[in-house]
Design a binder for this molecule. Structure first.
Ligand SMILES: Cc1ncc(COP(=O)(O)O)c(C=O)c1O
Length: 343
């Protein structure tokens, strides 16, 4: 047997495992496959997005070795850009706000990234605009620096359409499911797969409270997915179905799967797998593929911590309660599908 040797962390990105989930919540004779993005080297799907944004900028001459990359992020994209900047020799400046976790700050700094903390909120009381203003000020200060701009930069969905989707086109399933924040990752994959398999259904999943699907925003507990607005990179017309899942349903499912299967998943994975279990309760859907974006390692001090749950007032549901929630959701979804078909 030969051993394949690699020389760069970039070679560890992608080709994540496909996991056939076996669990009593899956209806008999139905199939649920998970694409486990936590097996990327920095533990999330954002390794792919970061690589796509950096490679495309280099190919087009907007970024050169030794150059400076700037991004506003306190989450997984920042961690992935920090890893790539260390590996590829860029200077990275990450713009964050005071809500950034201590863990994320140490993560960025461990890779040698510089961190700019915005301390004054913008006129809306949030930090989103204040962070973007700081990015713009840094771009003026460092001429030639490159802003990856994951929310609006079309290189994000385009990379996933051209490259990431190739890992999905040979997996025959009735429906694919993924969660959305910028919309770049799942939107790109669906576009790429539909070119080859136009009949494969897609369901974009989000946390209840997020405004991406056009509903009024209210605060939610999960991280990584959702937004209080909709990014330019999110094209909802690409998807066949949209589904929102509550914090409680997603968290309960993640905690259950950790104990029953030994898979420690992030909260957005709970959203996608809950949606997949709803979809599998519809008669037409026999096999689904759910993309799980990151690892529970990011949330050990959040919803995997019993005290945190008490503090936030979340009561985890049992397997039996989840079964009831899934059936109710499936009934509601089925009615909506019929109404949709009749219109
Ligand atoms: C943890 C995490 N990372 C990445 C993503 C992918 O998001 P995007 O839509 O920004 O590509 C999601 C989406 O839900 C997520 O939850």
């Amino acid at each position: 047997m030969t051993t394949h040797t690699i020389c760069s962390v970039t070679d560890l990105i992608g080709h994540t495992p496909l996991f056939s989930l076996q669990h009593p919540l899956i209806p008999a004779n139905k199939k649920l496959l998970l694409k486990l993005e936590q097996f990327n080297p920095n533990f999330s799907v954002k390794d792919r997005t970061a690589l796509g944004l950096i490679q495309t900028a280099m190919n087009s001459g907007k970024l050169h070795p030794g150059g400076t990359v700037i991004e506003s992020t306190s989450g997984n994209l920042g961690k992935s850009l920090a890893m790539l900047s260390a590996s590829m020799g860029f200077r990275l400046i990450v713009v964050v706000d005071p809500k950034v976790s201590h863990n994320s700050l140490n993560w960025f700094k461990s890779y040698g990234a510089e961190v700019e903390v915005v301390s004054t909120p913008d006129v809306n009381g949030g930090y989103q605009k204040a962070r973007i203003d700081r990015v713009k000020a840094l771009l003026e200060k460092y001429p030639g620096a490159y802003w990856t701009n994951q929310y609006d930069n079309p290189d994000n969905p385009n990379y996933h359409e051209m490259i990431t989707s190739q890992e999905f086109i040979n997996i025959p399933v009735d429906m694919m499911l993924g969660s959305v924040s910028t919309g770049g990752h799942f939107g790109g994959i669906v576009k790429g797969v539909k070119k080859v398999h136009p009949k494969t259904l897609s369901m974009a999943c989000d946390v209840a409270g997020s405004a991406i699907f056009g509903e009024p925003f209210h605060p939610y507990l999960l991280n990584g997915l959702g937004l209080s607005w909709k990014a330019q990179n999110t094209d909802l017309a690409i998807f066949d179905f949209l589904n929102n899942v509550s914090d409680q349903d997603a968290i309960s499912l993640c905690r259950l799967l950790a104990r029953d299967i030994g898979l420690l998943l992030g909260g957005s994975s709970g959203v996608v797998i809950f949606s997949a279990l709803v979809a599998l309760r519809l008669p037409e859907i026999n096999s689904v593929l759910a993309i799980t974006p990151d690892s529970g390692i990011n949330y050990l001090e959040q919803f995997y911590d019993d005290d945190w749950l008490v503090e936030k007032g979340v009561i985890p549901l049992s397997k039996e309660q989840l079964e009831i929630r899934l059936s109710c959701n499936a009934d509601k979804f089925y009615e909506e599908m019929i109404i949709h078909d009749e219109i």
